[in-house]
Write a protein that binds this ligand. Structure first.
Ligand code: 2AM
Length: 481
């Protein structure tokens, strides 16, 4: 092929390969480079007749691309602080001397957003353009159409738009990609997307656990999830949960799910979300509960030891009417999920305002409707909510969601109570409910808290009967001992 390529990709692991095949399938010629050359050779040989240009050196790779070059890096990112250096930095350093002004470097890995901000500033100094793009959808999404969350200057987005829009998933004809905002905004939104994903997964697991302890078989549970996937809860995660529960182990004939050890892994984006929420003083208690549930699950040895020492109900859920329980758990899950999204979006809004990113929450929810792991029917409702009211203070206050929370809450409360009285942990269900009840409380017990603070530290307090901002202190009695 003598013509220069439209797009280049570095890093031919599965995600990279699939993304290349996706881009190529939309009519673009793609150059590829991988540190280990044999991987490149095998990849190109495996796809004869496709518009692929395999290159053996970075020089050859760069020379094969049309200007301005569009180079997508898909190598393993490991940096967890803005000062950490990883493979993405190594590749960038090798590229810099080979590039021309205005060339575009895209990091499509799961990079920490502050690292992205550092790289953005560094490359801008050198006259190069950088895009930190969150790409969600796993291997299948990369091949067939992911949800893409690109950050960086709007002018760079305009250059990348035709390629990104053609490779992204489509919902109702709309591509699941928008320009999120400048700098690290794209990777930031991807990070929160992952936090929300943690919340969704944990909520589904809590529903499953209640059914399991109420005596449902795995096939019955699979049928419930499959049915839920026809309604308000329609989503990729509900769908795969149903399919996972149906799966039988060929060796034993048992459900595979019941053979899997109950120790959850995590790669860190959930923890990043938590740390970011703490830094910004935003409550994301459902996501927090989900991350902590994974941590506690991983402490299997301690839990097994404690199970014979710490007393309590054994977790058996007594449900006389199974159909009634299914309806109640459905409502608890739906309500909790709304709260979880309200929290995640509140964090995005808060950070976006501080950073001056000018984020559009409705359009962000819209690009999560397809391609990504949290794709779900109810994201349409979130898009509508922000389209109607772009300054919505909290998703729960949107008329549609307010109504759902009102209608589901009796069942939600009953499920949390039932599980609690049965000794069955529902940390994410109850965190959501606690948030809902705190957010709607006109008066919280923080008056006593302020008294305590003033008592031991003379921190002062405001009074209900005096103007806001006027501070008071009481001479509290001395406490002996
Ligand atoms: P490799 O095949 O040569 O190992 C996922 O690990 C992808 O990132 C692989 O394509 C891998 O290349 C690439 N990768 C990891 N570290 C790298 C580095 N320091 N420089 C270039 N590519 C790297």
């Amino acid at each position: 092929m003598s013509q220069k390529s439209d797009f280049g990709l570095i890093g031919l692991a599965v995600m990279g390969q699939n993304l290349v095949l996706n881009v190529e399938s939309r009519g673009f010629q793609v150059s590829v480079y991988n540190r280990t050359t044999s991987v490149t050779d095998e990849f190109v040989a495996k796809h004869p007749g496709k518009k692929l240009v395999g290159t053996k050196t970075l020089e050859e790779f760069v020379q094969s691309l049309a200007l301005p070059r569009k180079i997508h890096i898909m190598v393993k990112s490991t940096a967890v602080k803005d000062t950490d250096r990883d493979a993405v930095d190594a590749v960038i350093e090798q590229l810099i001397p080979l590039l021309d002004q205005g060339d575009i470097v895209i990091d499509g890995g799961n990079s920490f957003y502050q690292t992205t901000e550092r790289r953005d500033a560094y490359l801008a100094e050198k006259g190069l353009r950088f895009i930190g793009a969150g790409v969600s959808g796993g291997e299948e999404g990369a091949r067939k159409g992911p949800s893409i969350m690109p950050g960086g200057p709007a002018s760079t987005w305009e250059v990348m738009k035709p390629i990104f829009e053609s490779i992204a998933a489509k919902v109702d004809g709309e591509p699941c990609v928008i320009h999120i905002g400048p700098g690290g905004a794209g990777h930031y939104v991807k990070m929160i997307h992952n936090g929300i994903e943690y919340g969704d997964m944990q909520l589904i697991c809590e529903a499953y656990n209640i059914f399991k302890h109420a005596g449902f078989t795995t096939d019955e549970m699979a049928a419930i999830f499959n049915e839920w996937n026809e309604g308000d809860l329609l989503s990729y995660l509900i769908q795969i949960s149903g399919k996972a529960l149906e799966q039988k182990d060929p060796e034993t004939g048992k459900p595979v799910v019941e053979l899997i050890v109950d120790k959850a892994g995590q790669k860190g984006t959930g923890q990043w979300t938590l740390m970011n929420a703490a830094e910004n003083a935003v409550v994301i208690s459902t996501i927090n509960a989900a991350v902590e549930a994974r941590i506690l699950s991983s402490q299997k040895k301690q839990r097994v030891a404690a199970s014979t020492q710490l007393t309590g109900p054994d977790g058996t859920v007594n449900a006389a009417d199974k159909a009634d329980l299914v309806k109640k758990v459905h409502d608890a899950l739906y309500a909790s999920k709304i709260v979880s999204y309200a929290q995640g979006l509140d964090l995005i809004r808060s950070t976006g305002e501080k950073k001056g990113w000018n984020l559009d929450l409705g359009r962000i929810a819209a690009i999560w409707r397809g391609g990504c792991i949290i794709r779900a029917r109810f994201l349409n409702r979130i898009t509508d909510a922000y389209r109607t009211n772009p300054t919505l203070a909290n998703l729960m206050l949107d008329p549609f969601f307010k109504d759902v929370l009102s209608k589901t809450q009796q069942n939600w409360r009953e499920v949390v109570s039932l599980a609690t009285l049965s000794g069955l942990p529902v940390p994410a269900f109850s965190a959501s409910l606690g948030y809902y009840d705190s957010y709607r409380a006109a008066r919280l017990p923080a008056n006593l808290l302020q008294a305590q603070r003033d008592f031991f530290g003379a921190h002062t307090y405001e009074r209900t009967d005096k103007p806001e901002g006027q501070m008071f202190h009481t001479e509290w009695p001395e406490v002996i001992g």
